[in-house]
Design a protein around this ligand. Structure first.
Ligand SMILES: [Zn+2]
Length: 334
């Protein structure tokens, strides 16, 4: 699979299920965003995407995660429903939110209609599986980043090719390590860890869990973009346990200033909110309360300079300083 005439693995940005993927004439696909991506022969680039390729799964605004395609399942002889303008029989129409009739064909047709004409077209379906190599990005790559990485910037396709080397460089900056492709068994090395996920959990639920984490807000995404997948205290770690920490008490200030936030591993975040761990605004060292400093899990961080000190601004230091100023006690960890 690695010896391909096209010259090695490529990288793709894939639009996931969601209103955006509900493109005209298609009914969408059932995706489990961190495990499988489905497409068919009506999608541009369907032939070019191969096992071993790197894929970035995106929604409308940001990258959800990255993986390497481990296996592509091919199902020939399928059909799909395509919706067409009844007059010109193209998909060149828009769905109107308020105005009726609900559908309106663009120029030159200009026809308005209540129901599109439905036809069945033969397709081959593909399912790209990547259950073992998925890494959550949770917005660490923005849509703008992805635009910059795209090889062909003029195209609005659900599967777009990315500049693989530029992507790799960008991931390095985010401290993201992509697992090696598991498509070849030539190394004689078989996976010892296979995901045994409950089949009772629907893909919809799983997709939602990714979505909910992202919906913790643009603040967290902005921090992921800025710091990468890096806890300010403990260093690189999975996005799943990285939380956006407000250096100023959010309940009081109600603002999301990126300079006044850090990414903290969930346990570190709780210690931080509880006032058992803080950051010296002058030398940017982590400080632990005596009780926590005694703990073997945490003692290594006491008096260590934070991992993202190079990115700290005067605003960051001011927020850290205000946090330590005498005043009302911190609120309970949220
Ligand atoms: Zn028409």
């Amino acid at each position: 699979m690695t010896d391909r005439s096209r010259g090695g693995p490529r990288a793709w940005s894939l639009l996931t299920l969601g209103e955006d993927r509900f493109f005209q004439g298609n009914e969408g696909y059932e995706d489990i965003v961190d495990e499988v991506y489905r497409y068919d022969t009506t999608v541009a680039n369907y032939r070019a995407v191969q096992e071993g390729d790197t894929v970035v799964l995106r929604d409308k605004t940001r990258a959800l995660g990255i993986a390497r395609i481990e296996r592509i399942e091919v199902t020939p002889g399928a059909t799909k429903t395509r919706n067409l303008c009844p007059r010109c029989r193209t998909t060149n129409y828009v769905t109107r939110k308020v105005q009726r009739p609900r559908f309106h064909c663009r120029r030159p047709c200009n026809h308005s209609f209540d129901e599109p004409e439905q036809i069945q077209i033969p397709v081959t379906q593909f399912a790209a599986h990547y259950p073992n190599t998925w890494v959550s990005l949770d917005g660490g790559l923005s849509r703008t980043d992805l635009e910059d990485l795209a090889l062909n910037r003029s195209q609005q396709q659900s599967m777009r090719e990315l500049d693989r080397n530029a992507l790799t460089a960008h991931l390095d900056r985010l401290s993201v390590t992509l697992p090696a492709a598991k498509t070849s068994s030539a190394e004689g090395r078989t996976r010892t860890r296979t995901r045994s996920r409950s089949r009772s959990i629907s893909g919809g639920t799983r997709q939602r869990s990714v979505q909910e984490r992202i919906n913790q807000g643009p603040f967290r995404s902005a921090l992921l973009e800025r710091f990468g997948l890096v806890c300010a205290v403990t260093g690189p770690c999975p996005a799943e346990v990285l939380q956006a920490a407000h250096l100023r008490d959010f309940a009081t200030h109600q603002t999301h200033v990126v300079d006044e936030g850090l990414l903290l591993r969930s346990d570190i975040h709780q210690l931080f909110d509880a006032g058992l761990l803080w950051i010296d605004p002058d030398d940017l060292t982590v400080r632990l309360s005596p009780r926590v400093a005694e703990h073997p899990q945490y003692c290594q961080y006491d008096y260590q300079v934070i991992t993202v000190a190079a990115l700290a601004t005067d605003t960051t230091r001011a927020a850290l300083r205000d946090r330590l100023a005498p005043g009302p006690e911190h609120v309970e960890p949220s």
